[in-house]
Ligand binder design. Structure first.
Ligand code: F0G
Length: 490
């Protein structure tokens, strides 16, 4: 605290955009000291003056009418029709989102608000960010699959998917595959909002540090609007597919001596000193977009909140975002209870787990080491936001070894779903939490798969040997297939 009260008022004199569009609506609150800043200032703000990270606030209130004009301003920034519609109850919100999700997504209807409705992020725009439509940069993203894979809910003919349920020991398990986003990871959800903000603010260039997925996503979205993009990657351990994406999309790709944490410190300095817009999840607007994972999975479950949500945790942006989505959905009456959140870390990159087991007595940092390169992070930026999510959802943080990650990945891959190594921490964590009796076998659980199998085609995937090629005749095929060729085994 300890701030001049005047500083707590959003100061609109510095707005870069007309105040009725955004500044009056959106504020940024420090998660450490609760200081409040305007959503838009001359110089983009990523941290509080005290150093804390910031959280977007739009002052939704429920039940009852919104006591702040902020909500109305947010509507005004949307289309005229929508601004006349002020849903106040959970049932109204559900109806609005369900109507949008059911609209046919055919061309040439894919323009204007219909295009926004087609996005699994902007469909929830009143709960995301009131960015004027003309500035929105969308592919569109989201609309990812939610696969029932539990022993009981996977469907009679789904022998492959049921293996996942057996592995976790869960009757009611769903996997939401965020690797089905346009660039193959959940990052697109945050990036559509982050790059739209960059567009709205007239940024001259955008940048991020990344273990590979954030950079692939940023490079793609920046390329859509012709924004120069700079990405900073650790020199080692970035999966080939991810590196290829940022190069192919035309980003200036800088590999640094050091790990992700070093890249993160560097990019923050670069952005502040060179006036480049920062698009790591330190940027609070990205978190707003990633909330849509939570809204979309609730909608896919017909707004029946699960008991648990499990996800891999690295920089902790996603834990923060999904937790915030559930909190808002609960406050607005969209769901009747808050799911418990389980964040899973790799054992060699487990600062959040270490803090959790000590009752969050202090913030831990480690030198990260894990085969799951996407979550090889030792000093997560969103620590405080994520800690709040774990505490308020009565959640847990678990750690899993690299061997456990690879074993879980094999199960997901063999079920025909597939994911990148970091994503498999979800299933490894589910299994461990069930074994430990923290998650009950009968509870309803949703796990997030964060990235696509194709991004990392080496880790945990048997590689064909050189010379592993047969002659193109039926005899060679019979020999290769063994029992399968005789029909004995089929
Ligand atoms: N899974 C995948 C596939 C990721 O790429 C990341 C983070 C995470 C999980 C962890 O999410 O950081 O929100 O806790 N990747 C970032 C990147 C760091 O640069 O692509 P988190």
């Amino acid at each position: 605290m300890g701030m001049d009260p005047a500083a707590l008022q959003p100061d609109q004199s510095h707005s870069l955009v007309p105040s009725h569009k955004l500044a009056a609506t959106v504020s940024l609150r420090c998660v450490e000291c609760a200081a409040l800043y305007p959503g838009v200032e001359h110089q983009p703000r990523y941290r509080c003056d005290c150093g804390g990270v910031l959280d977007v606030e739009m002052a939704f209130r429920h039940p009852g009418p919104p006591p702040v004009t902020a909500l109305q301003d947010a509507y005004e920034a949307l289309t005229a029709t929508e601004s006349e519609f002020a849903p106040l109850t959970g049932a109204h919100w559900r109806q609005l989102f369900d109507e949008r999700a059911s609209l046919p997504q055919t061309w040439p209807a894919g323009t204007g608000t219909r295009a926004l409705d087609a996005s699994g992020v902007w469909r929830y725009r009143q709960l995301i960010l009131p960015v004027p439509e003309a500035y929105i940069v969308s592919r569109p993203e989201g609309n990812t699959g939610l696969y029932p894979v539990g022993i009981e809910n996977c469907g009679v003919d789904r022998a492959g998917h049921r293996q996942i349920g057996y592995y976790a020991g869960l009757g009611q398990l769903f996997l939401k595959h965020e690797g089905e986003n346009p660039t193959g990871s959940f990052k697109d959800r945050g990036m559509t909002v982050g790059v739209s903000m960059a567009h709205l603010l007239g940024a001259r260039a955008v940048a991020c540090a990344s273990t590979g997925n954030t950079s692939a996503s940023l490079a793609s979205y920046a390329a859509q609007v012709g924004l120069p993009c700079i990405v900073f990657l650790p020199s080692a351990n970035v999966a080939g597919g991810k590196l290829a994406q940022s190069l192919a999309y035309g980003a200036t790709t800088i590999r640094i001596e050091g790990d992700f944490d070093d890249a993160m410190h560097l990019v923050e300095q670069v952005c502040n000193e060179l006036s480049v817009y920062l698009l790591n999840s330190l940027n609070p607007y990205r978190i707003e977009g990633q909330k849509a994972i939570g809204f979309e999975l609730l909608q896919q479950l017909d707004w029946q909140a699960p008991d648990w949500l499990i996800l891999p945790a690295g920089n902790l942006g996603n834990t923060s975002a999904i937790g915030k989505a559930f909190r808002q959905a609960h406050q607005l009456g969209l769901i009747s209870h808050l799911p418990r959140i389980a964040s899973i870390q790799a054992a060699g990159a487990n600062p959040f787990y270490r803090s959790f087991v000590s009752g969050f007595a202090q913030r831990e940092r480690v030198q990260a080491q894990t085969i799951a390169s996407a979550i090889k992070i030792g000093d997560p930026v969103s620590y405080t936001r994520a800690r709040r999510v774990i505490e308020e959802s009565n959640g847990v943080v678990e750690e899993v070894t690299d061997d456990e990650i690879l074993a879980a990945k094999r199960i997901i891959d063999r079920a025909g779903i597939g994911c990148e190594p970091a994503s498999a921490a979800t299933l490894a964590g589910a299994r461990k939490l069930v074994e430990r009796g923290i998650i009950k076998r009968g509870e309803r659980v949703v796990g997030i798969l964060t990235g696509n199998l194709l991004k990392d085609s080496h880790t945990g995937i048997p590689q064909p040997e050189q010379g592993d090629v047969i002659e193109a005749n039926i005899e060679s095929v019979r020999k290769t297939l063994g029992n399968l060729a005789t029909g004995n085994d089929v």
